[in-house]
Design a protein around this ligand. Structure first.
Ligand code: SAH
Length: 246
């Protein structure tokens, strides 16, 4: 059955409303009509079977028939990825692949050496775009939850403060010579991890020091220099293997 995400506020006790790009897809590509059934998810793990009641041009109304137990594709490890801003559309791909790898949250980090900056005027637009990409990636890989992207750009210090209680706090630094992920104590109880990946220009020394003040461990990803788009995928894969569900 076709699945669509809608914001939680579009779902009441007996009705669900679909809007945005899904409307045209349902009307013109899938050609669904009143009486047809689809599944609607609120991105928080709830899934409903609904019967389309009014297929309009800008929104589609439906009646909730039943609430479904969704197969839980969520990892037992919640990873908050603090990702340095990258130029062009590079961040799009990082968001998409991180969602497939079970990331919990994607926090854009405006590091000192970022080439791309997230200005106030285009912040909402870009974050809205990345959140749509996360929603599409969740739908494609079968997640009932949509990881939050944002809600704003963080400095390294902001991110570290916000994640100072995480079980695992790691900042990946290509100049780290002695500690790699394999050297981390394999604590059995790791439910949350906050990881920092720098932009194309890497982290400034003072950013590494800031992170250490909040108990972040600087970690090497081995002898080769990974691109900023490769590093988060390697980190997510390894952490999900050690403490998650890969
Ligand atoms: N500073 C380098 C590249 C930064 S790569 C340069 O100027 O070319 C972007 C980010 O990926 C880095 O900030 C770091 O977080 C991560 N990274 C890449 N290779 C790494 C490695 N071998 N060990 C640890 N982190 C690495």
């Amino acid at each position: 059955m076709h699945r669509f995400f809608t914001a939680p506020e579009n779902i009441t006790d007996e009705k669900a409303v679909l809007c945005g790009t899904d409307v045209a897809h349902i009307r013109t590509v899938l050609r669904l009509k009143g009486g047809d059934r689809v599944q609607v998810l609120d991105g928080l793990g709830n899934c409903y079977t609904v019967i389309l009641s009014r297929v309009g041009r800008d929104k589609i109304e439906s009646r909730i028939e039943s609430k479904e137990d969704v197969e839980d594709c969520e990892s037992p490890l919640t990873v908050s990825l603090g990702q340095g801003m990258v130029k062009g559309t590079g961040f799009d791909g990082i968001v998409r692949r991180a969602v497939e790898l079970g990331v919990g949250h994607v926090r854009p980090v405006s590091a000192k050496r970022c080439i791309a900056k997230l200005s106030k005027e285009d912040s909402a637009k870009k974050i809205g775009r990345w959140q749509r990409i996360a929603r599409e990636a969740s739908k494609q890989c079968g997640r009932a939850r949509v990881p939050e992207v944002g809600p704003r750009a963080f400095s390294v210090r902001d991110f570290c403060f916000a994640h100072r209680e995480s079980d695992l706090r790691l900042i990946f630094w290509e100049e780290e010579q002695s500690v790699c992920i394999g050297d981390l104590p394999l604590k059995t109880r790791v439910k949350s991890a906050a990881v920092l990946i720098g932009p194309e220009g890497g982290f400034a020394a003072e950013e590494i020091e800031s992170a250490m003040e909040y108990g972040f461990q600087s970690v090497s990803l081995g002898p080769r220099l990974l691109r900023t788009g490769t590093a988060p995928l390697a980190v997510l894969s390894i952490l999900q293997h050690l403490w998650g569900d890969l």
